[in-house]
Ligand binder design. Sequence first.
Ligand code: PLP
Length: 398
Amino acid sequence: MNVPFLDLKAQYKEIKDEIAPALLDILDKCCFINGPYVSGFEKEMEDYLKAKHVAGCSSGTEALVLGLKACNVKPGDEVITTAFSFFATAEAIASVGAVPVFVDVRENDYNIDPDKIEEAITEKTKAILPVHIFGAPAEMDRINAIAKKHGLKVIEDDAQAIGSEYKGKKAGTLGDVGCFSFYPTKNLGGAGDGGMVTTNDDDIYTMLKAYKEHGAGEAGAKTLELQEGIKESIDTAEEATELYNPYKYFNYVIGHNSRLDAMQAAVLSVKLKHLDEYNAKRAAIAKKYFDGLTDKIKLPQYAEDTKPCWHQFVIRSEYKSELCAFLSENGVGNGTFYPVPLHQQKAFNAKNSRISGDSLPVAEMISAQSVCLPVFPEMTDEQVNYVIETVNRFYEDK
Ligand SMILES: Cc1ncc(COP(=O)(O)O)c(C=O)c1O
């Protein structure tokens, strides 16, 4: 039997008829940038997450960059983050000129260890950036309490956590900003790159809008005032019309072109309607894995007051490479996220990053042992059973 790691085509087949008319409508109307599909999707997301504001953007990496900038993180500032994540988490920090400070993770849920955050704080620290890795929420109450005590912002990396909950609240509404990715393999994946930033803070939302569109117009002017204390009036008396926005050509801060495009928004709107059902199917597969997999492997753990969205189902094995090879030979797709912890990535060095303490042994151990099993909504019972059987067969003589 063959079990792919993920099957995007199977999902597309089920919703093809819902997606096609929306895309054709955009082509007919030529409303490619901003417009009703983008604002409609942002509104649907606000309702889904119970977030006050949602700003669509061009990727999860850009969401993090915008979130950092809207939290006024500047070159030379330090941002405390996990050592175990996808590269973009720390890349975004470095790309705004700030210094990622890597903190070790917990062995149970692979998330940043709240016990180790305070010792990483210096007078340069501006924010804490936890990642809800593989969709399991980090311990946000403790992280928020530390941030409050030290006057820091909390920027959630929710790239893998759409639909996850912590104490009944959705990931993305737990810190000052939430940063999401719609990379096609995510639980809510677009037909290309996409992302969004969420916030309940009106000023942060204004700054997000400014930074995602060239620091222009009223949002740009307000950002200059909020972040630099410089008050400028809009330099035009021209009236905006449906087709022409005069403010667009008056720029107040250095921003980006990081918009979510209308085609992506249309696809995401269709998929959002199915998201809870997709996540429930992932949870049912996870349950079967918990019930059926041998106790010789380390199963993922998560706190009782959280609801993970099962972006990945990650087991730990001392025989990582042997197990992966065995799974591949037997037709079971698998992943090894993340083989290199962030502090050991070649792109990071003592000039552009720092580790908290002398070493980060838990992140290194998890990187050496993590094996991701297939978990996608369209998996059949036969496929799930075959994955269980194959893993257990590998362990028979271990
Ligand atoms: C934890 C994490 N952060 C950030 C990103 C970056 O998202 P994107 O690929 O949309 O830029 C990803 C996903 O790829 C991710 O998994």
